[in-house]
Design a protein around this ligand. Sequence first.
Ligand code: UD1
Ligand code: CA
Length: 449
Amino acid sequence: MSDRSLLVVVLAAGEGTRMKSRLPKVLHKVAGRTMLHHVLAATRAAGATRTAVVVGPGREDVAAEATRIVPDAQVFVQTERLGTAHAVLAARAALEQGADDVLVLYADTPLVRPETLARLRAPLAEGAAVAALGFEPEDPTGYGRLVTSGDELVAIREEKDATAAEKAVRFCNAGLMALSGKDALSILDRIGNANSKGEYYLTDAVEIARADGRAAVAAKADVDEVAGVNSRIQLAEAEAILQKRLRLAAMAEGATLIAPETVFFSADTVLGRDVIVEPNVVFGPGVTVGDDVVIHAFCHLEGAQLAPGVSIGPYARLRPGTRLDEGVRIGNFVETKAAHIESGAKVNHLSYVGDAHVGANANLGAGTITCNYDGFSKYRTEIGAGAFIGVNSALVAPVTIGAGAYVGTGAVITSDVPEDALAIARSRQVVKDGWARDFRAARADAKKK
Ligand code: UD1
Ligand code: CA
């Protein structure tokens, strides 16, 4: 990694009207994390030394997300939307602090990779003043065109200001730009707004640098990396691109995905080696899966840690705070939440285990339910190691089942069960010989009358 200091300026002041949303555009999520988070994660991985985020007026929510991800990020408000160069200059105080390199990114371009940022920035170390990132979209309409001559970038022409010859250029401006830190402010301050939109165009930096006798260059990126998100449709397209990337990465790291196109990851999903994921599985945020885990079909996981050798599903739902130790088995139609289940324990069928601790090798029979909520507060259930809970038992929390205890089938357990004890908590069965026959006869008589 470069030892040059890097100031990143992320433009997040867009209104995002085409999203038709109450939520600011850059807070919409792709693979479980906000677009702004994706961009900040990429810039952090690319070695950002300082981060400035430019937000629109009143966008405390965007500012809060920026500082949640990068706690020392500086947030600047662009009070009027007068163009991309004007937006960068909203971060003037950050630019004045100086950096070897400056990178400008859009927060609505969430798929850019750290490697690409490094490639974009590299020419600055060789003396270039400006580097722009280009790509070749299927339809170039609406994009600025990169006018090149050999290796040099001559100009970036916005479509509205382009000649017919310039419009024929297919190499388009992705919007990301690298500027030499010592020249950035002087270049930006000379950008005017004498163009068809009356905006201060960041893209004019190219011609200003060249007029100073400095070099401008273009790097190229894959279309899939620089896709900007302006609508829900493009949000779904970005999701599809990222999911494909995450599936390929999971397989490259040693997981088997039987039907990769049916498995959905979060950007932070961590899978170990020799994990098998059957079809139709959704990984929400915060899931870590150890080696040799099997995730059967139709599972939904979020905020869960699975130790090596765990097996879940089919049809299991692991909610936040689930921690499964080595070799735990969670079967079909089981839901867990804020539950630590120790090694070798089994919850095989139709159960809810919430706000609970289950000791090693305990066995929870079909239909075991922790009754953890009384409509006001949540209460904990403690199940000791090696305990055996008979089927269809309701454990009314707060309650403790001692290690090695037995709970008979169909129990409603409302008080603690000591270690190695048997608890039976069901009404006694009553048998009345001939009762059903007599009942039917009486009903038939009544009907005849
Ligand atoms: C810009 C580029 C164009 C490029 C395209 C790629 C300029 C002049 N044009 O055009 O060459 O092909 O992006 O998508 O730079 N923003 C602000 N404040 C502003 C204006 C913009 O924060 O005052 C932010 C927007 O939120 C957005 C980004 O900058 O994230 C780009 O702005 P937008 O108006 O969409 O630029 P384009 O006209 O699409
Ligand atoms: Ca745009």
